[in-house]
Design a protein around this ligand. Structure first.
Ligand code: ADP
Ligand code: MG
Length: 420
């Protein structure tokens, strides 16, 4: 055991250059290599990828990594390929490849070169892929962003539903499922759907002690936000709005008020969207005004504030979106504007949906309203929602919300607010 431990640390150093494991990474990896099914619940930035990347690199055969977004896959493949001196140990298999490229990937797998194969669930069901994967040595299957399996999650993907039967067809190997969504409902759903009731569960705290949570009534919201951002001039921040139209309008309003801001939503031309995102990452622009299309897989450590112009549809979404602030452990101010009328609008929208979707949607909205209207510690409320107990007096970050303390002192606004 100790020899194996020393060995794992050596491999960690060799491939990733890190001297120590983060959180429970080492136990997770040991158990996966020992053939166990594993379920990992760890907040964003916790280091989930390494839990399957390292064992994949040191195992015989190819690990299949199921991931929901082509963009995410590409990032990871590039990152993994940068780690190893052997060229191309990670590959993507999806609809973006042509025949020649697909054949190349198949050859690399057969030749034992590919240690990690990233696939989208909808690719995995293709007959020619399935037939091929059945014939090669698979080390294990990793299901990243596993909450996509659950309708209670914030990013449900119907294609994730059938994963279990597909994996069973490919190989009898250990499965590791990973997610940053930890509500007991989602957790239960994932384990049931994947047939992982006997899996070892590794859950880390979802507390983000450096984030400050505040909810304000949605009155003079434009002016309030302009003022807030002016007080944080030069710092990176995200403003979330529900509609594309609002995103465009508000980005313009910020610009008119001398704030270096750009819009981001799925309706923008691909080139503009990518350019705006890159400008934010490269610090050419301070503020991104965005719909929820922005953020997944974006790793900017020094985002100093996340503002919700509109309240999100669930507390998970809220947690994920605010979680993009303060990743480096520094200041992260999470400010949300609440208007019960916005919730009514969302309810009306849900009324047009099929019954099951509507019921889930309404329950999620109830939790959002509860959070917005609570007078208890907001951190305690969020963590309770994730099935975690939090001491609102002594817990880490206990005074970091509007209900628990006076808000931090803000500098005087210097910007000209007359244009709002
Ligand atoms: P998650 O998928 O849980 O959101 P990632 O896998 O993207 O998190 O990892 C978040 C960051 O943590 C990455 O920059 C990664 O390089 C870093 N990281 C992971 N494991 C370690 C470690 N053992 N030591 C130092 N940094 C680590
Ligand atoms: Mg991840």
């Amino acid at each position: 055991m100790s020899a194996k431990k020393a060995n794992l640390s050596g491999e960690l150093k060799k491939y990733f250059g890190f001297s120590t494991f983060k959180g429970q990474q080492e136990q997770i990896i040991e158990n996966l290599l020992g053939g166990k099914d594993i379920f990992v619940l760890m907040p964003t930035g916790g280091g989930k990828s390494l839990c399957y990347q390292l064992p994949a690199l040191i195992s015989e055969g190819t690990a299949i990594v199921v991931s929901p977004l082509i963009a995410l896959m590409k990032n990871q493949v590039d990152a993994v390929n940068g780690l190893s001196s052997d060229d191309g140990v990670a590959h993507v298999l999806n609809s973006s490849l042509n025949k020649t490229q697909t054949k190349q990937v198949f050859d690399d797998i057969k030749g034992g070169k590919t240690k990690l194969l990233y696939v989208a669930p909808e690719s995995l069901i293709k007959d020619d892929y399935l037939d091929f994967l059945k014939e090669v040595k698979i080390s294990f299957v990793a299901i990243d962003e596993a909450h996509c399996i659950s309708e209670w999650g914030h990013d449900f993907r119907p294609e994730y539903r059938n994963l279990k039967s597909i994996i069973d067809k490919i190989a009898d190997v250990p499965v590791i499922a990973l997610t940053a969504t930890a509500t007991p409902k989602v957790q239960d759903d994932i384990q049931k759907t994947l047939g992982m009731n006997d899996a070892l569960v590794f859950k880390e705290s979802f507390n983000r002690p450096n984030l400050y949570y505040e909810v304000r009534p949605k009155v003079n919201v434009d002016k309030e936000i302009v003022k807030f951002i002016s007080q944080h001039k030069g710092k990176s921040g995200i403003v979330y709005c529900l509609s594309r139209r609002k995103v465009e309008e508000f980005a313009q309003l910020l610009q008119v008020n001398g704030i270096n801001a750009l819009p981001y939503h799925a309706g923008l031309d691909q080139k503009i969207r990518v350019a705006n995102q890159d400008k934010f990452l490269m610090e050419e622009v301070d503020v991104i005004v965005a719909t929820i299309a922005f953020g997944m897989g974006i790793d900017k450590p020094d985002v100093r504030f996340v503002i919700h112009y509109d309240f999100p549809k669930s507390l998970e979404s809220y947690y994920q979106e605010t979680g993009r602030a303060g990743r480096d452990g520094g200041e992260g101010y999470c400010l949300a504007f609440y208007d019960p009328k916005d919730i009514e609008k969302l309810e009306k929208f849900l009324a047009q949906k099929p019954v099951s979707e509507r019921e889930i949607g309404l329950q999620l909205l109830n939790e959002v309203v509860g959070y917005a209207e609570t007078s208890m510690s907001r951190r305690q409320y969020i963590l309770y929602y994730f099935g975690e107990n939090f001491d609102p007096v002594k817990g880490d970050g206990a005074d970091m919300c509007d209900n628990s303390s006076n808000p931090p002192k803000l500098k005087d606004a210097t910007a000209d607010l007359t244009k709002v």
